[in-house]
Design a protein around this ligand. Structure first.
Ligand code: GLN
Length: 294
């Protein structure tokens, strides 16, 4: 079978079909355009057909390939972890804007999954102490594999802990300069859930699915102040219709400088606020480019 015939018959979006050809048959886009008559060998064809069937069954391309790029790094993924989404890079950028330079901030990523956020931070901020928590042992195995693959050997290791949000932290954990989370926030009856059926339900709706999807966001906001340094930031990813609710939770918990960040699609996606440090206002923070004040 030729490349052209396989593409014509695979019943996939072209971008997915080209990704399979590149990853599973070593055939790049230029070759497809220049040599459409090239013949696929039987082994490559079998790999392509099996992968195409999985994609047609609704599995995410990232699971079929076993990896997804996030913040410029390649993360191993499997169905134990949510596929890292581009909008979640906003959490990473939020932290980098505040802690670039020679700082050695203590950072915590709650619900780390594949480790995408925590490891992006650890790679970009070589002196940061990065802690990461997940409830799922299978997810932590994926995060550990990514840590081995991505962290330079000389770098301090990621502290990966299993447990229920802050309860996973040992007594000697530091107070953090910044806590970030992409927690489960999909509402129990959300119409998008069927399309997300291959991804872990625990990562999408949480252990206690609720009508507003806010259960875990509430718990994190409630408990975060006890784990933040004075002036330390909390940044939480949320659903497209949860920005106001998250700002309300942050303000009601007494946090300062409550605001919402939009993702690249223009959707309100991250709620951020910080523990009072007794002195500096958001205006100073923005002018100095500093989030860390203690
Ligand atoms: N952004 C994901 C989605 O709706 C959900 C991620 C989450 O619940 N944390 O596809």
């Amino acid at each position: 079978m030729t490349l052209r015939d396989w593409l014509a018959g695979c019943a996939l979006a072209r971008v997915d079909a080209l990704a399979l050809l590149r990853e599973l048959a070593g055939v790049d886009h230029a070759t497809v355009l220049a040599h459409p008559q090239r013949v696929l060998d039987a082994a490559a064809r079998a790999r392509l057909d099996a992968a195409a069937a999985r994609l047609r069954g609704g599995e995410p391309l990232a699971y079929v390939l076993g990896w997804r790029e996030f913040h410029g790094l390649r993360f191993q993924v499997d169905p134990a972890v949510l596929v890292p989404r581009p909008e979640t890079e906003l959490l990473v950028d939020f932290v980098l804007q505040r802690f670039a330079g020679n700082d050695a901030p203590a950072l915590l990523d709650l619900g780390t999954g594949s480790g995408a956020v925590a490891l992006s931070l650890a790679c970009a901020l070589p002196r940061a102490q990065v802690w990461a928590v997940d409830a799922s042992e299978a997810a932590l195995r994926v995060a550990r594999a990514n840590a081995r693959a991505l962290l330079p050997p000389a770098r301090a290791p990621l502290r990966l802990l299993r447990g229920d949000w802050f309860a996973a932290l040992p007594d000697d954990a530091p107070r953090f300069d910044c806590i970030v989370a992409n927690p489960p926030y999909v509402a129990a009856g959300d119409p998008h859930l069927p399309a997300l059926r291959h991804e872990p339900r625990l990562a999408l709706v949480g252990a206690e699915p609720s009508a507003d999807g806010l259960t875990d966001l509430r718990r994190i906001v409630r408990d975060a102040p006890a784990h933040l340094r004075r002036g330390g930031w909390l940044a939480l990813e949320h659903g497209h219709d949860q920005a106001r609710a998250v700002r309300t939770l942050l303000a009601a918990r007494g946090l300062r400088d409550v605001h919402t960040l939009k993702d690249l699609a223009g959707i309100a996606r991250v709620g951020a606020a910080r523990l009072d440090d007794g002195a500096i206002s958001l205006n100073n923070t923005v002018r100095n480019g500093l989030g860390r004040t203690s």
